[in-house]
Design a protein around this ligand. Structure first.
Ligand SMILES: [Zn+2]
Ligand SMILES: [Zn+2]
Ligand SMILES: [Zn+2]
Ligand SMILES: [Zn+2]
Length: 155
């Protein structure tokens, strides 16, 4: 059964058929999606009421990778000795590991639960997103990155 993901690059939902590519984890092939709440395959059962996993959609994936400093086609190196799902390449300004950050308000996330909470109900917890949504803009953090690198996305 198809399920939804939240693309945090521009902030929209997209439909997934059961497996998704997670390049930020070092994956080069799509892997099956698991329900964060049930810890079972998304294909098993009904997860329409469950938390939505944050993954950039196919269209915006490359944009996200570029914004993070990767060349197109280049994927982050697989993590060595990654025995926990939580391991990631992100660190906050104090050097603490994070699982990612909000492209809208630049908030650092330290666990998937924080990510899920921040993005729940159409990102109700994100003030920056609530202010800017509907204006068809790009997330401020992403915009700043593009300005820094001189990369501007194609329309
Ligand atoms: Zn999926
Ligand atoms: Zn579920
Ligand atoms: Zn997208
Ligand atoms: Zn936010």
């Amino acid at each position: 059964m198809a399920h939804l993901h939240w693309c945090d690059v521009t902030g929209h939902e997209w439909e997934c058929q059961g497996a998704a590519l997670r390049p930020l984890r070092g994956d080069t092939e799509p892997t099956p999606c698991y329900c964060i709440n049930h810890q079972t395959l998304m294909e098993d059962g009904d997860h329409s009421q469950c938390s939505i996993e944050l993954i950039a959609c196919e269209e915006h994936r490359e944009m996200q990778l570029r914004a993070m400093g990767y060349e197109p086609g280049q994927v982050p190196a697989p993590q060595i000795a990654s025995d926990t799902e939580q391991s990631s390449m992100f660190v906050d300004k104090d050097g603490n590991r994070t699982v990612g950050f909000c492209l809208w308000c630049n908030k650092d996330f330290y666990s998937m639960e924080e990510v899920v909470a921040h993005n729940a109900d159409d990102m109700a917890a994100c003030e920056a997103f609530q202010e800017l949504k509907g204006q068809q803009g790009m997330p401020p953090v992403l915009q700043a990155m593009f300005e820094q690198t001189g990369l501007l996305p194609k329309e």
